[in-house]
Ligand binder design. Structure first.
Ligand code: ATP
Length: 429
């Protein structure tokens, strides 16, 4: 099958010109270059994502020396070059796209879940180390067979039958992150797990216990970047994979609703960190600690997750419809923004949810017109008194008691007068 037309039709002009350049350089060096990975799958599917205007990330495999070739190309163009000589890989960064170039390699796994040993190999070896048949195809960019599809593991047939299939029975035990990847692609593409692949997945799910939290967290992040992450999470729960990551995690209707609401217009863009908060929302504060440890969660995200659950236990305080804006402010100002977002999503239809939204969209930005400098001009020196006055001014702004600079000044003069009145008289002696 020849895909040169699809390549020319779907890839942006600037990228095609660079591919042309790479082809010429590689031919001069006697090397072969192939387009591999997701782009080949998406070209065969005619996926609209190719035209979505997103930044292109293109994977190329070179039968030869990827680093040397990338260096030659970088000399001719406007790309920034990053090389990893020890891995035989290079990245060319252009203004609107990136090309990852890798020397064709072979991988072997000493034991289940271990990181692989890598040696140079052929294109076929390189495709064999990949996760699924639909991701294990290549398109030749060589001048004499430009556009030729190389498909040694029947990826095209699996695309037609809408199946996710591993390339060999040890695939999941070699790299159990593929379990999460399988479900992610399955849900994204609306495919099914091929029968033997589904059996292997269940058989090898326990190997997930042997891999690092960082690797699991990274795959969850990729799921959270999908259009409908709740579908993958729900299927992982059905396959009892979610519970392997943490036995307390569930994918009930509450979780699905939270995820769906997080995507509605007006909500923050599908931030992976927000989805982490929403995933663990039903857990108790003590249970969530195990999850944080298992995923080796970075401090910033761990803080947001802890804050989410801490705020959840305080929501009843926010339920009173008669709360003044300044009271809402005082209750919420110390929390991480993600914790506020997650709780606003989780309690969207309640009074607490309304108060959370009000805080997120308006109250947290309220500041008095007078700042420290302006107060100094009114004769107040920096220190605790100034802090107290600024807080009182903000409170008055929040509750609509002052709305102009003049009103703030009057209030300041009044507050200073009260303060000096309160101060003990200096001892005459
Ligand atoms: P996307 O998945 O977002 O559509 P992609 O297919 O390019 O994009 P990447 O995660 O960038 O996916 O990976 C590039 C390619 O590397 C994949 O298509 C797959 O062939 C291979 N790959 C990535 N992760 C693994 C893995 N854990 N095991 C085997 N092959 C992998």
């Amino acid at each position: 099958m020849n895909l040169s037309q699809q390549v020319e039709q779907h890839l942006p002009g600037q990228l095609l010109r660079q591919i042309g350049e790479i082809r010429t350089q590689a031919a001069g060096r006697g090397e072969k270059v192939y387009l591999v990975g997701g782009i080949v799958r998406d070209l065969l599917l005619g996926e609209p994502s190719l035209n979505s205007g997103l930044r292109f990330d293109l994977d190329l495999v070179i039968e030869g020396d990827a680093v040397g070739l990338a260096q030659d190309i970088a000399e001719t163009g406007q790309a920034k070059l990053l090389t990893h000589q020890q891995f035989g890989t290079a990245r060319l960064d252009y203004e609107s796209f990136t090309m990852d170039m890798a020397t064709a390699r072979k991988e072997t796994y000493a034991k289940p879940g271990a990181l692989p040993a890598v040696t140079p190999g052929t294109l076929k070896d390189d495709l064999f180390r990949r996760d699924f048949s639909i991701n294990a195809m290549a398109i030749s960019l060589a001048a004499d067979d430009y556009g030729h599809l190389i498909d040694p593991y029947q990826g095209r047939s699996d695309l037609e039958h809408r199946l996710i299939r591993v390339l060999h029975p040890r695939s999941f035990s070699d790299d159990p992150t593929r379990i999460l990847r399988a479900v992610r692609y399955e849900q994204r593409l609306g495919f099914a797990l091929e029968a033997q692949t589904a059996r292997l997945l269940k058989r090898d799910a326990p190997v997930l216990d042997m891999i690092s939290g960082d690797r699991i967290r990274h795959e969850l992040e990729l799921i959270f970047r999908e259009d409908r992450p709740e579908c993958a999470i729900s299927h992982l729960a059905e396959l009892e994979v979610l519970q392997r990551i943490d036995p307390s995690l569930t994918a009930d209707k509450g979780m699905v609703d939270r995820f769906q609401r997080a995507r509605q217009p007006g909500q923050p863009e599908g931030l992976p960190s927000l989805f982490f908060c929403l995933l663990v929302y039903a857990l108790s504060i003590s249970r969530v600690e195990q999850f944080l440890i298992r995923l080796n969660t970075p401090a910033k995200l761990a803080h947001a997750i802890r804050d989410t659950l801490r705020l959840k236990t305080e929501l009843t305080k926010l339920e009173s419809p008669s709360l003044k804006p300044s009271e809402i402010y005082d209750l919420l100002q110390e929390y991480d923004t993600l914790a506020l977002e997650a709780n606003a999503i989780a309690s969207e239809y309640s009074t607490a949810g309304r108060h959370l939204r009000l805080f997120l969209t308006e109250l947290r930005y309220v500041r008095p017109t007078l700042n420290g400098e302006a107060l100094k001009r009114l004769g107040i020196s920096s220190g605790p008194e100034m802090g107290e006055i600024l807080r009182t001014l903000r409170k008055a702004r929040l509750d609509g008691e002052v709305s102009t600079k003049e009103e703030e000044e009057r209030l300041t003069i009044y507050l200073t007068a009260c303060n000096s009145h309160k101060k003990p008289e200096p001892d005459p002696e």
